[in-house]
Every structure is written in C-alpha cells, then in structure tokens.
Design a protein around this ligand. Structure first.
Ligand code: FAD
Length: 334
C-alpha cells in the first residue's frame, strides 16, 4: 500500500525503559535523531511506554527531545509484542513520523519488526551510520554488509516511516542539558488485559547470562590464539584479576570454548570499554567493528603483522602463554 509520503514529518526515537529505568541506547539515539531533525528542520520526539514512567520524560527532554509521546498504562508494565506493537502502531498512524529509530536490543528489534509489519513500512536492521538527503527527504541508513567488506546504504523510497534499529554504544550521547523541557503528548492504549493472548506469569532470570559486555569498562577478550579451554581459563584468570568482563572472537565461540554471550563483533555485541585487551585475536574486520571504538586497545599476538595491531594503541608481540600469566601475577601483586 502506497502512502502519501508528504504527510509524514518528524524524527522519532523509541525510548526503551526496563523497570522504570531508561536504557542508554534510547538516549544515544536522541543524539543521532537530533542531527537528523535539525537537518530536516523538524521536531525530535521520544516515544515512551510503560507503567508509571511519566517522570522519565524529564531525562528524555534533557537528552535532546522536543516532544515526548507518552502512553502510561498498567497493561504496558511488561514488554509484550502484542501491546507495544498496538500502542506504537496507533501512534504512527495518528502522528505520521518521517523517521523512526529503535535501539537494537532484544525488545527494540522485536518491536521495530512488529511495527514495520503492522504499518507496512521497511526496516533497516543494525544500522551503524545515519544521514539524510534533505532535498529528497530520504533517510540514509548504512550498515556493514557482505561480511563487513562493504557498507550498504539502504533507502526507503515509497513507504513511511523510514525505520531503523541501531546497536547500543555505536552513537555517543549528547551532554545532558539540565532543565531543558518540552511538550508531553499523552495518549491511551485501546487494549484490555483480559483481551490479551499473552500473560506474564513470572520473570525468571537466566542464571548463566551473567555477561554484560556492553556495560563493562574493562574487557579482556580471547581469540583462537588461546587454542582451547585451558588457554581460555588462563585469559579468564587475567580478567578476574582485573575485575574485567570476558569477551571472545567468533572462532572461540564456534569452537565451543565459551558461549555466544561473550562474542564481540558484527554478529556479537558492540562494546566501547575504557580498556579492551585482545589476546590471540587476529583483528578480522567483523571483530574490529564490534570493539574499535574502545578508548584504549591493547593487543597481544605472536604475529607482528596481525591486523589487530593497526587498531591497537599498545601492542605486545609475544606468545600469549608466556605473557598472560606474567601479567596476571603482576596485577595480583600490584
Ligand atoms: P584467527 O583469525 O585464527 O586469529 C588467531 C590469532 O591468534 C592470529 O592472529 C595468531 O597470530 C594469534 N596467535 C596464535 N597463537 C598465538 C599465541 N600463542 N600467542 C599469541 N597470539 C597467538 N568474528 C568475530 O570475532 N566476531 C563476529 O561477530 C564475527 N562475525 C562474523 C560475521 C560474518 C558474516 C563472517 C563471515 C565472519 C564473522 N566473524 C566474526 C569471523 C571473523 O571473520 C574471523 O574469522 C574471526 O574474528 C577470527 O577469530 P580469531 O581472531 O580469534 O582467530
């Protein structure tokens, strides 16, 4: 179904919250959204859903939004595709945004794809760069393609809104502007709990999923150079000594040495810690895209030609099996 694209105006950002706490990614996307909205000379709007979340609008304005569309209802207490899709789909039909960004979190990806099928528009997943052709009013969403060898720019010419998911930590937040305010537009959701197909009975935390690489300030990551479980245990000991999180390349994950939760890179997580120590990692582009924005990168590799050294601030050309235990001992004694 064709839409009249001239009816669509404004840049929207889905502001994800969990248990009444805003996720950083929504605030990061407000920085990207601000740039797009300024170029298009339109408002930047946050979309905030949940129960008892009105007080969070203050932070959304301070992070750069001009308006917030708010639906505050007990039926939105837990994220459920059914309720969130209906709420956001109705907002889109009523207010017609031109561009709509979501964080590429589990819920953000689920919601964006559900809304795209509901309102019949396209969706670019895992965008890393965004711009806009102001004259044609076309949103340019770019992402790595063909194993990271090219950047593909995806345009949505015939449908609106133009939507994209963006990975956490790819965009830098704007400094908060204390006291900045805007307009809150309160809407309601036309769904009753008793009509829903999905009921949340209990939330059970995955005890194994203790890895939180995205929030870590120090990451020690293992590559195939560590060879096996014994080598991985050696890297784990260094990570524990430094109170760091443990990352890995895809080859280590695929060898069954650790779980996918640890994988950094194109098909893993994107991280921006203060310090990233890469041990026995060659530095393939698919790994680099996930960690190259780390503040300080230290690489340990026995091949001085390894590409990781081009991304690293400090490099140690040495056998990991010699140098890692030395580092662990030195940090334990320090
Ligand atoms: P290798 O490339 O085998 O490198 C091992 C390194 O260890 C070498 O540089 C070697 O010199 C060094 N080494 C060996 N022995 C020692 C020693 N004793 N001491 C010190 N150094 C030593 N990869 C990811 O990591 N994340 C992703 O998300 C990801 N997504 C992908 C998506 C696609 C579509 C594709 C096609 C690939 C993807 N990959 C990803 C895989 C990626 O291309 C590489 O194959 C992978 O990153 C290589 O892992 P590695 O560096 O551990 O292993």
């Amino acid at each position: 179904m064709r839409v009249n694209i001239d009816d669509y105006r404004g840049v929207w950002v889905y502001i994800e919250q969990k248990k009444g706490q805003l996720l950083d990614v929504g605030l990061e996307l407000l920085a990207a959204g601000r740039d797009l909205a300024d170029k298009l000379e339109v408002d930047l709007c946050g979309v905030l859903l949940g129960e008892e979340v009105k007080s969070l609008t203050k932070d959304v304005f301070e992070a750069g939004a001009d308006k917030v569309y708010l639906i505050d209802d007990p039926v939105l207490h837990y994220y459920r595709t059914e309720t969130y899709m209906t709420a956001v789909g109705d907002l889109v039909r009523k207010y017609k945004p031109e561009i709509f960004l979501y964080g590429a979190t589990s819920n953000g990806k689920d919601l964006a794809s559900a809304v795209a099928t509901d309102v019949l528009c396209g969706l670019t997943a895992d965008t890393t760069l965004m711009d806009v052709d102001v004259e044609k009013r076309l949103f340019e969403a770019s992402r790595p393609a063909f194993g990271g060898n090219i950047m593909a720019t995806i345009l949505c010419k015939k449908h609106r809104p133009q939507m994209a998911t963006v990975r956490p930590k790819v965009i830098k937040r704007l400094p908060l502007q204390a006291g900045r305010t805007g307009e809150v537009i309160e809407e309601t959701i036309n769904v009753k709990e008793e009509d829903l197909q999905t009921k949340v009975l209990k939330i059970v935390k995955d005890a194994k999923k203790a890895v939180n690489l995205e929030e870590a300030s120090v990451i020690v990551a293992a590559g195939k150079g560590i060879k096996d479980e014994k080598g991985f245990a050696m890297v784990r000991e260094l990570a524990e000594t430094l109170n760091a999180s443990l990352g890995a390349s895809r080859d280590v994950v695929e060898a069954g040495i650790c779980g996918h939760d640890h994988q950094v890179g194109q098909t893993g997580v994107t991280v921006t810690p203060k310090v990233y120590i890469a041990i026995g990692i060659s530095g393939a582009i698919q790994h680099l895209v996930g960690m190259q924005n780390s503040e300080l990168i230290i690489a340990i590799n026995n091949d001085r030609e390894a590409p990781i050294f081009q991304a690293a601030h400090y490099g140690i050309v040495a056998d990991a099996f010699t140098v890692v235990p030395m580092l662990t001992t030195a940090f334990k004694e320090a």
